[in-house]
Every structure is written in C-alpha cells, then in structure tokens.
Design a protein around this ligand. Structure first.
Ligand SMILES: *[C@@H]1O[C@H](CO)[C@@H](O)[C@H](O)[C@H]1NC(C)=O
Ligand SMILES: *[C@@H]1O[C@H](CO)[C@@H](O)[C@H](O)[C@H]1NC(C)=O
Ligand SMILES: *[C@@H]1O[C@H](CO)[C@@H](O)[C@H](O)[C@H]1NC(C)=O
Ligand SMILES: *[C@@H]1O[C@H](CO)[C@@H](O)[C@H](O)[C@H]1NC(C)=O
Ligand SMILES: *[C@@H]1O[C@H](CO)[C@@H](O)[C@H](O)[C@H]1NC(C)=O
Ligand SMILES: *[C@@H]1O[C@H](CO)[C@@H](O)[C@H](O)[C@H]1NC(C)=O
Ligand SMILES: *[C@@H]1O[C@H](CO)[C@@H](O)[C@H](O)[C@H]1NC(C)=O
Length: 906
C-alpha cells in the first residue's frame, strides 16, 4: 500500500470521461519493468504535447515537475519526439502488494498543436520485484531515492527526543548483525537531514518541502530532488556528488526508533570527460557517503542504456567499454554509438548537432561489517556540447547524363527538407517529386546521419543555359529550406551547380569536283554519332573506301570518286559535257535514319561524239538517271541494225560513218551537217509507255567545215525539244509570194506590207526557185507551217504541209495548185503553189492574234536523179509515220528555208 501523505495541494485533478472508448492508439505505447524502475515509451509525439497523469482511485493526478521528483517519475523526449517515462516502482502512486508487485497506471494526454481533440491513452504496468536488497539507491535525472529495509537493531530504542548534534551512531558497525523489523505500529514523526549540519523537520514539513517519504510494508523510502536544500555536494574520489543523508525517527506511544538512510548521486559536470570521439564517465568505486568502512566488496557492475541493462556481447557490439580500477568505474562510449542519438540545432542559420546518450550503471556491493548489500543505480543522461557540422553540398553531376545530381548532408535524422527555392520559384518537396526531381533520403545502415539527394534534368526551366563557343553551360541556383523537428527550427543551405557540355554536332559532308573527280570530305560530329556512309547506292565498306582513296584523321575523313565510277549518276547530257551527281548519305545504323544527305552535281567535260576527217563518227551514249530501266546494249542508231560496238550497264559506244546507219547529211552554207540519233528501237519502245520514264533519244550531229572538212562540233538535243532549224544564210535563192487569186497572175507587192486578209479568205502562196535556169532541178515543199510571229521556230505553230503532204488533221486542208508554163513561168518545176484559208491563232478565248507568218522548208532536188521522199514529187506521207522514216532524204542537193511577210487579219 502506498502511503500518500496528503500531497493533494500539488495535484491538479482532472475528470476523465470514457477512457475505454478511446480509439486505437495512433502512436506506439509500451511499458517494461527494469528492476526497481519501469519505463513507458510513448511516441513519436509528432509535435504534440504530452501530459502525464497518474491514476489513483479513478482520479487523474497531473505530474508536474516538482511532483515528479518528489514521487519518483522522470521523463525525457528524444530527437524524434519519442518520450520515455521512468517511474520508480516505489513511486508515490504505485499500488504496492507486499513489496513484491507494483502497479502504476498512467493517463497520457496528447494535445495537438493544431485545433483538434486531445487524445487520451491509459497505460498500466505491474512489475514484480521481490528481491529487494537491504538498501536500494536510484539516481534518476531529477531525483535521488533510497529505499531501505525497515529494521533496527533489537536493542535500539530512541530516547524520548532525538539527540541533536550527534551523528555517532550512523553506520556504526557494531549494530550490524541483529536487526529487527519495525512493526506497523511505529509512525514516522521526524526527519533529520545532515547537510552535513543537522536539520530537523517534522514529516509534514518535509513533505511540503518536496521530499518523498513513504512507509511500505517492509521498507522506508525517501526521495529528494537533486537540488533540494537539504542535500549537499561532496567530492568523492574527484567526482562531485550530491548527497542526501537522513535519519528518520519512528514513534509508537512512548517508544521511538530511528533509521538512517543516505543516497549519493554523481553530478554530471565533473563526472564526464569528453573528447570529440569519446564520452568517458567516471563513477567513484568507493562511494564514501554510502559506505561506512573501507571493507566492502563490489560484487557486480552492470552497464545499461535507458534504464535497461546490457550484456557484455551487446556492449561489445556497440563498442561500449567499462573498466574498474581502484578508484573509479569508468564507462567509455564512442560519440555516435548505438543507443544514443544526434539532435540538430540551428543557430544563426548554422547547423550543429549534439549527441545524447543515457547510460546506466548498476552496482551491487556488500559491506563486510554489516553484511548488508546495496544496489546502486545511476541513470546519467549525457549530452555533448554543440558540434559544428556544416552540411556539405556534393555535386555528383555527370554532364553527359544531362541531369544535375546533388547530395546534401550529413544531417541528423531530425532534419527534414521542406522546400527548394529556385530563382524563379519555390517548390515544396512534393512539387519537386511531381516535377521529376527525385528527392530521396539515404542512410547507411550503421550511421545515424542521412544525406538527401536531388536530381534536376538540364531541360527543366529552373536550369539556366548559356552557350558560348560550342559549349553550353548549365547552371542551377538552389536554396534548400530545411527544418529541425519537432521544434520546427528552420535553416537553409544554398548551392550553386554548374555543368558544361560541348554542343552536340552531327557529322557534316562537303565536297567539290575537278575535271575528273568528286572530292568528298566528311567531318565527324561530336562523340556519340555512329554512322554509316552510303556512296551512291552502296555502303562505303573498307574495300570500297580503299578503292576511293579513303583518308582520315581525328576529325575528318575524305575520299575521291571518279566521275565515271558506278556510284555516280548521270543526270543529263549537254553540249560537250555530262551533268553528273554523287549522292552521299550518312545513316544511323540503329535507327536507319539519315543523319545527313548530301548531293554534289558537277558537269564533266566529255567528248561524247567524235567526228574524224575520214568520215568515221563515234558516239557515246550514257544511261541517264531519268531512264533507270534502260539497257544501253539495246540502244541503236536510226538504223535499228546498228547497235553499239561496246556497251555495259551504263554506257553504249557507237561507231558509224556518214553513209551508214541512217545518217543524214545536210548542206549548209560552208558546212555539212551529218545527223543521227541514238534511241531504243521501236519494238522496245511501247514497253516504256506505261511508265513515267522519259524516252531516251540522243541526237548525234557532226558539222564538217566544207572548206577544211574536219569536225568542229557535236550536238545533242532532247527529243521533245522544239523543232530545230538552222536559219538560212546568204542571198535569197527561194522566194515566197502571195497571189490575189488562183490565177496566180497578180501578186501582192513587196511594198504592200503587211498584207491584210479576212478570216476564211483564201491565201494563194507561190514558192519559186530564183535565178535557176536548170530545168532538171525541181523545187519541192517539204514542210510548211504558220506561226504568229516572224520567228520560224516560234510557238505556237500550225503545220500546213508535212513531208510534202497536207497536214491530215488540218480542218481546212491545204490545196495544191498545179503550175503551167506561161510568160512568167519558164520552168514549172521551179514553182510550187498552194492555197490556205486565212485563219488566226487565238491568244485566248476573246482575242485573236492579228498577224500570221507562213514558213516553208524547201528542198531542191535533182530531177535527173529522182529518189524517194520529197524529191520524187509525191507526198511521202504513207503510213504517216514520222519516226521510222525520219526525213530520210539522202543526197539532197540543197535545202532552203523561206518565210512569208506578215499577213494581217482584217
Ligand atoms: C510503432 O513501432 C513499430 C515498431 O517499432 C513501428 O514500425 C511503427 O511504425 C510504430 N508506429 C507508429 C505509429 O509510430
Ligand atoms: C484511494 O482510496 C483509498 C481507499 O478508499 C484511500 O485510502 C486513499 O487515501 C485514496 N487515495 C487517494 C490518493 O485519494
Ligand atoms: C559502417 O559499416 C561499414 C561496413 O560494415 C564500415 O566500413 C564503416 O566504417 C561503418 N561506418 C561507421 C560510421 O561505423
Ligand atoms: C521554405 O521552407 C523554409 C523552412 O526551412 C521556410 O522557412 C520557408 O518559409 C519556406 N518557403 C516557402 C516559400 O514556403
Ligand atoms: C583533318 O583533316 C581535315 C581535312 O583535311 C583538316 O581540315 C583538319 O585540320 C585535320 N585535322 C587534324 C587534327 O589533323
Ligand atoms: C578513221 O580515223 C579514225 C581516227 O584516226 C580511225 O580510228 C579509224 O579507223 C578510221 N576509219 C577508217 C575506216 O579508216
Ligand atoms: C570557206 O571558204 C570561203 C571562201 O574561201 C570563205 O568565204 C568561208 O569563210 C570559209 N569558211 C570557213 C568556215 O572558213
């Protein structure tokens, strides 16, 4: 039974309602018995305030700090907000069953920081502790307690009044052996404190001054705050100790008896030596105030943490050491060892830590003289001074990864990152993680410190970029907003990160040509660009590279492709040159995408046609890119039997002479023109009609200077170009006139210029070979056509006569009029007459062109040597087949052009 000596004035009584209805604890609460004390762990409190009340007779008694030290309670809260409540088993409120079972019931009330309901938890623990030593001393953080067996030597009875000024009987070894229990009839009346002077107090006065005094079934319990006035300080083996020394006087009727009880507890200052790495705690081996003689045996020494004894293996694992010498018991603990904790502190935005650990020493000794044993227990919370520990910013960025990686720390576990301030914005940790900054805490298993890592991609808008000379500088300013919990002490850490990255440049291609080769230069890009080189349609293998004179250095490679190489495309054949193109592609082998496409087009001078004085002509036909399906070996000259004398997949080489293979010859003033064409023979032609491919036709021309008869030029023309005609030069030998009617007797005069006619009005043309008196010569009209202006080659053009025949598609067909000899016409074969209805070219729907020119190609034939074609005087338009016939008019004697003067439309 606890004896509560009217301490009600210290208590605040609280009414408890409905504790049973409490919800499940949101925090952990556990209790354990640790010898003559018990411990209740509560937490983490998470910033809540904890109020502890003791439950007695269904009433709450709030534990204030003075009540706690008087009644045997203490409390400590660690850096994470976990509370540990220690209670002496013999606390004022324990339900004591025969000094063997002790039940303590606590009500724990959590006050939230914010508005909200308080949470109330009840914890009750019963500890069994039957094996009390004669004397048990507990030094807790705020109180010292001594519990002694309530017994006195049987012959020892106090006189009526206590004897003041003597301390002679205290610890007298002569009265050791035969002690008798003091029976329940004795009441405590008076306390004598030795400070060391005697102070005598009535029990009620002592209690009101904060001393705890209790009579249990078999023991006397005295308790004092460590700072109580009736304690004194004594230096014991160099260690300052607070000493409580008392005699308690019991009275029963006229009888009185007395029990001496003392406690001595080390004072922290003076007990502990600190180095940066080690905490050393010295406790006197022989605690003089408690031991009356030198003869005592130290039977047991135990060490523990937070009130809990540890075995030697556990101590070794934690690198704790305990040594006992003649004078001291020394406990050594590495700073940072398991069992303690680091707490963070902030002063002027500087970060500090302290290390706290609460070691315990338990001693058991026995005094030889009395054979009385003492259990001595000290709980000594030790906190190091503040250790400056400036957090580091470690930049682990690898620029190639394009992510800033930064690590800050170390921090004790009570530090939390709240936000990060960037120049442009402030982001909470949650925002950062949503943004992909990947904030993580890391702690190595055996360290109490943590580091915080953060990753910010270079692409994020908080990263600044600056480009200079092919290098991009990425920079990041950030300020970490940190808090120390649970007191919410803010501090910050600023960092500046910078990373440089050379710009990524893809490979590039350049090149040029001279008169025989393409030169290609490839510049490698920045690292990481793997590529294949395709030349034309082929991969540049090492074999091909060798063939093309591949050279390289660290930054470039080059190769040379001759214009005749198979990888070169022929685009077009032009006068005296071939337009060629080389394609170079740099391809990413993984994605198969083109990194770079490069085309180089060059004209290479080339003599495709050669004309030799002996009449031999040669022509080289090349396969053009626009006719991919062409097989050069199938090409022929006009005469389909004249194939190439050499050909391969890209070329066909023809050798022919002026009088073979359908070559035509034309007389021009001072020149002779031989012409032929290279094309696919007709029977192969239709196959290509279906495709979009161009037709292949290469016109081969040789001009022979009549004076010297040597080759002066060659000429090619695409088949679909406008009709080609040389303008006749020299004096006019052929004249064209316009008669007024079909009698061809009156003509429009030369002065009458232009001539005006109505639409549909017939035009009567006459063409005459002038100044010729040779009756064997005849004039034939090969082609006649009308144009809108005086340029005979201009477009549009309307054909009137084709190869001596009327244009079959002309709705108003030309009418030929025969020529008879008369006064004006001496040789009818020198004349040709035809009639055309006046028409107009429409410039557009509403406007007609107002003038018209008529032109003719005229052939002068030798009547003695009639040949086929125009010179045989017949229309040679059989089958209307231009291509096959191709104006095959060999040995024409002469070839002239004539044009009308303008004819206006009225
Ligand atoms: C209670 O303690 C257990 C184990 O120590 C821990 O896993 C759990 O998170 C704690 N619960 C609370 C609410 O702190
Ligand atoms: C509790 O109740 C018991 C019995 O009713 C009484 O003796 C004791 O004084 C009460 N304790 C307190 C603290 O009120
Ligand atoms: C943590 O453990 C590792 C490996 O066991 C050890 O190398 C290191 O020294 C330990 N660190 C501390 C602070 O004990
Ligand atoms: C960032 O967090 C710190 C705590 O370290 C706090 O003091 C500050 O007000 C916060 N800033 C913003 C903008 O929330
Ligand atoms: C590599 O070759 C290129 C082209 O010939 C040249 O411009 C460049 O300076 C060369 N580089 C080195 C490092 O020799
Ligand atoms: C004509 O001359 C060329 C070049 O001199 C020669 O190759 C060729 O054989 C000659 N042809 C004839 C038929 O003599
Ligand atoms: C050819 O000779 C004639 C007469 O001698 C001359 O007028 C003409 O210019 C010469 N032609 C060429 C192309 O030399």
């Amino acid at each position: 039974m606890s004896h509560l000596f009217g301490l009600g004035w210290l208590f605040i009584l609280l009414t408890i309602a409905n504790i049973e209805a409490q919800k499940k604890p949101a925090i952990n609460i556990s209790s354990k018995c640790l010898g003559n004390v018990m411990r209740v762990d509560v937490g983490p409190l998470g910033g809540n305030l904890l109020e502890v009340a003791v439950v007695v007779n269904n009433s709450d008694i709030l534990l204030t700090s003075s009540l706690a030290s008087q009644c045997g309670f203490s409390m400590t809260i660690d850096q994470l907000g976990n509370a540990m409540i220690y209670a002496s088993l013999q606390n004022c409120f324990a339900q004591n069953v025969e000094d063997e079972a002790f039940t303590t019931t606590l009500n724990l009330r959590l006050h939230g920081n914010q508005m909200g309901e308080d949470e109330l938890y009840q914890v009750a623990e019963t500890c069994h502790y039957p094996a009390w030593a004669s004397r048990e001393i507990v030094c807790d953080r705020n109180y010292m307690e001594v519990s002694v067996k309530r017994a006195v030597p049987d012959d020892y009875v106090l006189p009526e009044h206590p004897v003041s000024g003597t301390n002679s009987k205290f610890g007298d070894p002569r009265r050791a052996a035969e002690k008798q229990p003091i029976d329940a009839g004795f009441r405590i009346t008076t306390l004598v404190f030795f400070t060391p002077e005697e102070r005598i107090m009535k029990v009620t006065e002592a209690q009101s001054r904060g001393y705890g005094i209790a009579n249990t079934p078999s023991r006397l319990v005295l308790r004092s705050s460590k700072t109580a006035p009736e304690t004194y300080t004594q230096n014991v083996a160099g260690i300052p100790m607070t000493v409580l020394k008392t005699s308690t006087i019991f009275e029963k009727k006229w009888l009185a008896t007395q029990i001496d009880a003392a406690a001595a507890c080390p004072i922290l200052e003076g007990s502990v030596a600190l180095t940066p790495n080690t905490i050393s705690w010295y406790l006197p081996r022989h605690i003089d105030p408690l031991i009356s003689s030198q003869q005592f045996k130290l039977l047991e020494v135990h060490m523990g943490i937070n009130g809990q004894r540890l075995d030697t293996a556990e101590m070794a694992a934690r690198r704790y050491a305990i040594t006992v010498n003649d004078v001291h018991i020394i406990v050594e603990i590495p700073v940072g060892a398991v069992g303690g904790y680091f707490k963070s502190h902030v002063q002027d935005n500087q970060y500090f830590t302290s290390y706290t650990i609460e070691p315990m020493l338990e001693l058991l000794w026995t005094e030889d003289a009395t054979h009385e044993d003492t259990k001595y227990k000290v709980l000594l919370p030790i906190t190091t001074p503040l250790l400056s520990q400036p957090p580091q910013v470690i930049d682990n960025t690898l620029p190639e990864e394009q992510i800033f990686k930064v690590m800050i720390g170390p921090f004790a576990s009570d530090v939390t990152l709240v936000n990060i301030t960037f120049p442009s914005e402030v982001l909470s940790v949650g925002d950062c993680n949503v943004r992909g900054f990947n904030i993580q805490e890391h702690r190595s298993p055996n360290s109490s410190f943590k580091v915080i890592t953060l990753q910010v991609p270079f692409t994020d808008r908080v990263v600044l970029q600056m480009r200079e000379m092919g290098i991009t500088v990425y920079s990041l300013h950030l300020t970490f907003g940190l808090l120390v919990l649970p007191e919410f002490a803010p501090f910050s850490l600023t960092a500046y990160l910078e990373a440089k990255l050379a710009d990524i440049v893809p490979p590039s291609v350049s090149g040029g040509c001279d008169y025989t080769n393409f030169y290609v230069l490839v510049k490698y890009g920045t690292q990481g660009f793997d590529f294949q080189t395709i030349v034309g349609k082929r991969m540049l293998t090492s074999g091909l590279a060798q063939q093309y004179g591949f050279m390289e250095n660290r930054t470039h490679f080059s190769f040379v492709v001759p214009f005749s190489a198979p990888d070169v495309m022929f685009e077009a054949v032009e006068a005296s040159s071939i337009r060629t193109r080389l394609d170079v592609v740099l391809k990413n082998p993984e994605t198969n995408k083109n990194l770079k496409e490069f085309s180089l087009a060059c004209n290479f001078h080339s003599t495709l046609t050669e004309c030799f004085p002996n009449g031999t002509m040669t022509a080289l036909a090349v396969k053009l890119e626009s006719v991919p399906s062409l097989n050069p070996s199938q090409l022929t000259l006009r005469d389909p039997t004249c194939g190439p004398s050499y050909s391969d997949g890209r070329y066909a080489y023809f050798v022919f002479s002026g009088n073979s293979c359908g070559t035509t010859r034309k007389f021009l003033p001072n020149f002779m023109l031989y012409e032929n064409e290279i094309s696919l023979p007709d029977e192969l032609e239709p196959k290509r009609v279906k495709t979009d491919e161009a037709e292949y036709e290469l016109k081969v021309s040789c001009y022979y200077d009549i004076n010297t008869t040597h080759a002066v030029a060659f000429h090619t023309r695409p088949r679909r170009s406008e009709p080609y005609a040389e303008n006749a030069k020299g004096e006019l030998q052929v004249a064209m006139r316009l008669a007024l009617d079909d009698s061809y007797s009156v003509f429009h005069s030369v002065e009458e210029n232009p001539i005006a006619k109505y639409l549909q009005q017939p035009l009567y043309f006459e063409v005459e070979l002038m100044r010729s008196t040779n009756p064997k010569v005849s004039l034939e009209l090969e082609n006649c056509w009308a144009t809108q202006n005086d340029d005979r080659t201009s477009q549009p053009r309307w054909n009137l006569i084709i190869n001596g025949c009327v244009n079959p598609v002309d709705p108003y067909q030309v009418v030929f009029h025969p020529v008879w000899a008369d006064a004006r016409v001496q040789y009818p074969s020198h004349f040709k007459r035809f009639e055309v209805q006046m028409f107009a070219f429409a410039e557009d729907q509403d406007n007609l062109s107002h003038q018209l020119f008529v032109h003719c190609d005229v052939v002068i034939c030798d009547a003695r040597n009639p040949l086929n074609g125009v010179c045989n005087g017949q229309c040679s338009n059989q089958g209307n087949k231009l291509k096959g016939q191709r104006r095959a008019v060999p040995d024409m004697q002469s070839f002239k052009h004539v044009s009308s003067r303008p004819i206006l439309i009225n």
